[in-house]
Design a binder for this molecule. Structure first.
Ligand code: NI
Length: 383
């Protein structure tokens, strides 16, 4: 058996171990201990950088520094697949494939360690906690671990893409994922005497209709913009008009300007409707993860290396979902990529079943990408 086969099997075994024992965001204590132990078996010493969960390891020495990142957390989903390495935690499942991401980046770390003396700088390997709750990337940023890093790379598996398929794009990729909550405070009363009330339900209906004009009439239709009201709550009985109505929803955009314009327009519409109906309307806006915007230069290198490594390279579409890797790319340059995992069911589904054969090629890919990124920065610094 060759060393390559050994490592490939080792990575799949580790992935299955992670899959058996998934942990929710910010609770990845066992996962962190396991990753630390597995890295140590290959002579790689990991540091916490003050993180409660997750860890960071450097391979090579000196500058420049490039980072590769995996997310390590699981989801509150009951696994609905019978397989030997099924989740042993009731109601918790690696349903987004972060177990595959961790194993792949672990593999890249091991491959890089084997050629450590040839590296033109340092590769910082980041095992990030809490991606699903969009807090982990900020924890890593706050730890200071990114301060001297010149470029960062990461990936997500994509169930809809075939095994051996790779996709990325320059510029905007994943969306700004924002949330809003609206409270309409009217005046309740008898349903038979509505003139004595300030009915928040009728106001809610107008508001729901009015916000549809944000995407269709306020924002340039060439920009991406989704405004969805996802929750409407009001009332307790058939013959009572309630005091309040509560609405909640999400906005998805790709540019910071459009993001801000939607927030302002939403608040403006709410104020106008409140004034027209003599009710109070409050809008609480909660900025979620920032849009993920790839640096062209690094997206191009990512594609070039993928071709060299034998991937079927495609152009990725724009996504309207979020990925907290976007927070890193607000700070430093880099690129995020998609790798096919050929699952019959999608991410966050109880029967999501990615093909783990993607792990070893992804490990090789990130080892080569990090090496070439260091060489590229080194070469540019010389001229
Ligand atoms: Ni994910």
């Amino acid at each position: 058996m060759s060393n390559t086969q050994t490592l490939e099997q080792q990575l799949m075994t580790w992935r299955q171990e992670l899959h058996r024992h998934p942990e929710l965001s910010t609770q990845e204590f066992q996962t962190t201990n396991k990753l630390k132990k597995w890295l140590a078996e290959y002579g790689i010493e990991a540091q916490t950088w003050g993180l409660k969960t997750g860890l960071i390891a450097d391979i090579g020495t000196g500058h420049p520094i490039v980072a590769i990142r995996a997310d390590i957390d699981a989801l509150p989903i009951q696994e609905d697949i019978q397989q030997a390495f099924r989740s042993t935690q009731d109601g918790v499942m690696h349903a987004c494939g972060h177990d595959l991401h961790s194993s792949s980046i672990l593999g890249a770390a091991i491959l890089l360690k084997a050629q450590e003396s040839e590296l033109k700088g340092t590769v910082r390997v980041i095992f990030q906690p809490a991606e699903e709750t969009y807090s982990g990337a900020y924890e890593v940023i706050n730890s200071g671990a990114l301060k001297q890093v010149s470029a960062i790379f990461g990936f997500h598996n994509v169930p809809e893409l075939a095994l051996g398929t790779f996709a990325t794009r320059s510029g905007a990729f994943y969306a700004n994922v924002d949330r809003f909550q609206i409270v309409i405070k009217g005046k309740g009363g008898h349903a038979g005497r509505p003139h004595e009330t300030k009915d928040p339900i009728v106001v809610a209906a107008q508001l729901i209709s009015a916000v549809q004009t944000i995407a269709s009439r306020s924002i340039n239709n060439l920009d991406t913009c989704v405004v969805s009201i996802t929750q409407v709550h009001a009332g307790t009985s058939w013959n009572i008009l309630p005091e309040e109505a509560h609405l909640e929803g999400t906005v998805r955009t790709h540019s910071p300007e459009v993001r801000l314009a939607v927030e302002q327009k939403l608040k403006q519409i709410a104020q106008g409707i409140a004034l027209a109906h003599s009710v109070e309307i409050s809008v609480a806006w909660d900025n979620g993860p920032a849009a993920l915007i790839n640096t062209s230069k690094w997206a191009e290198l990512s594609q070039k290396v993928a071709k060299e490594q034998g991937y079927d390279v495609q152009d990725a579409p724009l996504y309207l979902i979020g990925e907290d890797f976007g927070a890193y790319l607000e700070q430093i340059p880099g690129a995020f990529v998609s790798i096919g995992s050929a699952s019959p069911f999608g991410l966050h589904h109880p029967q999501y079943q990615p093909n783990e054969s993607l792990i070893f090629p992804a490990a090789q890919y990130f080892a080569v990408l990090a090496t070439q990124a260091l060489e590229s920065i080194h070469k540019n610094a010389e001229v």
